[in-house]
Design a protein around this ligand. Structure first.
Ligand code: FES
Length: 149
């Protein structure tokens, strides 16, 4: 049975001044199932496990969290990158077995970008082809503007 959400954190990085940088979370859909996949463990859950393994002994400031469905079920496996004050990106079309390094490389670029916007030329091809949506920072920022009406 799958856990509804698992989090796996790696120590957050710091700026030169010792200030903590906002942590990047990689949300991984654990219920994604590849079309021809008959495995008992869904591809999304296998992707999360592969990412967890890839992060062991790796000095990267990302947090993994398994979620049940990102509403992009036709493009498995799906993940999202999010961090307070940054654009949130949703990507799809990843395979559980081959995608972890690409996803982690993308998350590293995302973490390094102040606003979360990874320059197009720097993006791995899988992130260029697999981008599904981006959501503005105001949706994830703790300081949402107050309504006036
Ligand atoms: S099952 Fe993965 S996005 Fe819906």
């Amino acid at each position: 049975m799958l856990a509804a959400a698992r989090a796996h954190s790696i120590a957050p990085s710091s700026t030169k001044d010792g200030e903590r940088m906002a942590e990047t979370t990689i949300y991984v859909c654990t219920t994604c199932r590849a079309a021809d996949d008959t495995s008992e463990i869904r591809a999304g859950a296998r992707l999360l496990a592969a990412l967890e393994n890839s992060l062991i002994d790796r000095p990267q400031s990302v947090r993994l969290e398994g979620v049940e469905c990102l509403s992009v079920c036709k493009r498995p496996c799906t993940v999202a990158f999010a961090s307070p004050g940054k654009w949130t990106y949703v990507y799809g079309d990843f395979t559980a077995e081959t995608a972890p390094e690409t996803i982690l490389a993308g998350a590293e670029l995302y973490s390094a970008a102040d606003d979360g916007l990874i320059p197009w030329k720097m993006r791995p091809d899988a992130l260029k082809k697999g981008v599904i949506a981006r959501l503005p920072p105001s949706l994830t920022s703790p300081s949402l503007p107050e309504k006036t009406s």
